[in-house]
Design a protein around this ligand. Sequence first.
Ligand code: FES
Length: 335
Amino acid sequence: MRTGSGQAGDPAPAGQQAEPAISSSSATTRLVTWHGDLAGWLDRLDWLRTLSDWLTAALGPVRERHQDNLVLELLHGGRWVGHPLHPALSDLPIGLWAGVMVLDATDRDPAPRRGLDAAGMLSAAGILAAGATALTGLNDWTVSNDQDRRVGLFHGLLNTAALGLQGASLGTRVAGHRGTARALGAASLAVTAAAGYLGGHLVFTKGVMVSRVAWAIEPRRWTRALQEADLPDDSPTAVVAEGRQIMLYRHRGSLYAIDNICSHAGGLLSRGPVADLTVTCPLHGSRFALADGRVSRGPAGQPQPVLPTRIRNGWIEVRGSQPAPRQPAKGRTQP
Ligand code: FES
């Protein structure tokens, strides 16, 4: 005799396997974790680690030698642009190659043609733009870290493959093999999309080239950071005030407070050298003026936040950039 109504929650009839509820939930889980899993999987590829280490060893010293080169800084975007150039430039090959697809899809003339047609011109322009984009990406890659570096390298390899496919597409197009050119162009755009996804992961998930101090506003009131007697002269000192990491520095009686987390990629400025009231980030060498946070050398493109200071009762006090809202005076109600 059957028991149960067959509705959710009823026990499975004897002799029948209950549907494993966990399988659908784990499938659902996989649907929302695959991107994190993908990044983890990439990070575990031995050959990718080896290649990343090898390139780091080869390019690191070159970068250090040319750290003051303004062209290299401009390739990051740097203080003049204020934003990284690479993501902006990457729109160009994607847009141009997508245009090639549209022209190919709407071309009703089946006759084979040699030479550079409109689609070929867009393809060639995209290849040129991809070269410039690759240059800025490689430059940014040299100032990335750890897992970001490996995922970034894979992103670059995919883009290199896409560039090769697009080059082959252009070559076959010029030679008159339009069917092959279209197939290669479509493959190139698909690989570019996969590379673009990884680029998005680096920016939106990992915050690569995103200001690390964009939300640094605390403390909202004057807050004690350190006893005045505990701050040595001419020695960067890390303190924490209401959760915000700050570097204090005193020179000839003048006191400076600057955000200790480097806006570029989170290096601790208090571990870097100070010369002429300018601190150098120990991670990738950005330089910030202690007085106003101005960038005097990239890769950082944004000024480093500085905090006002004062001394009260033997304590150095600091305050963030956004004061606490005023309290209504006693006896008065806010409108
Ligand atoms: S973390 Fe890159 S320059 Fe500071």
